[in-house]
Design a protein around this ligand. Structure first.
Ligand code: FPP
Length: 236
């Protein structure tokens, strides 16, 4: 609906859920002799473009890794800059709630955030809950922490033995199916504690493109690559 021209690809039910490790903002800024925060500002613009494009080509669920449990090790100015971008994005999402169709869900431990940000997150999750396109934003998220949290939740409910379905239902992602495809920008070929449980059968795609440089045309290429793969889920 926002596209100037027809997209080169459209997707079907085989690609319901795509996830992104948005890596390379810092290097993108460094190449321009700019502070890392500038890379995150540019990354936030790319995020909006890519989310919109994925929705336009028919992907119904998107998860992005915005801030990991390990990212607190970064300088305070950088952490503050990322959290400010997220807070601004929530404000924008709230202001444009009537024009867009995006349900926002935050994955991770929110208890660490100041009450104003927590309230903002709760509010936007609540007012967007009936929207059709799902956008999960992983924030203060770590895959191991999520699995640990799920185990503790199940034990606190009195369980002494659990099955895989119980664990899936206790994850932050219990409202959606596992990702079909996980894309990492920035050249590194690792998962970095992202969706460890949910990635069991995901296709993985690694690109050297730095996140701020990612364009819809590369999404077309990634989607075409995904459709060229045979997903056997352990079968033959
Ligand atoms: C990784 O790149 C990126 C992050 C830790 C932050 C991602 C944040 C954004 C894209 C902006 C805010 C997001 C939203 C949802 C509005 P890096 O800094 O590790 O890059 P480097 O590997 O080149 O140093």
């Amino acid at each position: 609906m926002f596209l100037k021209k027809k997209p080169a690809v459209t997707v079907d039910a085989r690609l319901k859920h795509i996830a992104f490790i948005m890596d390379g903002n810092g290097r993108w800024a460094k190449k321009r002799s700019m502070p890392r925060e500038y890379g995150h500002i540019s990354g936030a613009k790319t995020f909006k473009t890519i989310i919109r494009y994925c929705g336009d080509i028919g992907i119904r669920m998107i998860t992005v890794y915005a801030f990991s449990t390990e990212n607190w090790k970064r300088p305070k100015e950088e952490v503050d800059a990322i959290l400010k971008l997220l807070s601004d994005y929530i404000d924008d999402a709230e202001a444009s709630m009537d024009e867009n169709n995006i349900r926002l869900v935050f994955l991770g431990d929110k208890s660490i955030f100041p009450p104003e940000l927590r309230d903002k997150i709760d509010h936007v999750e609540n007012i967007s809950k009936d929207k059709e396109l799902l956008l999960n934003i992983a924030l203060n998220y770590g895959g191991r922490a999520e699995i640990t949290h799920a185990c503790n939740t199940l034990m606190a409910s009195g369980r002494t033995s659990v099955c895989e379905e119980d664990l899936s239902a206790a994850m932050y992602t219990s409202h959606c199916p596992d990702p079909d495809l996980i894309v990492r920008t920035g050249g590194d070929k690792r998962i970095s504690n992202f969706l460890l449980w949910q990635a069991a059968y995901a296709e993985l795609y690694f690109t050297d493109t730095l996140w701020p440089d990612l364009k819809p045309a590369e999404i077309d290429k990634i989607v075409a690559d995904f459709y060229g793969r045979k997903r056997r889920f352990g079968g033959i």
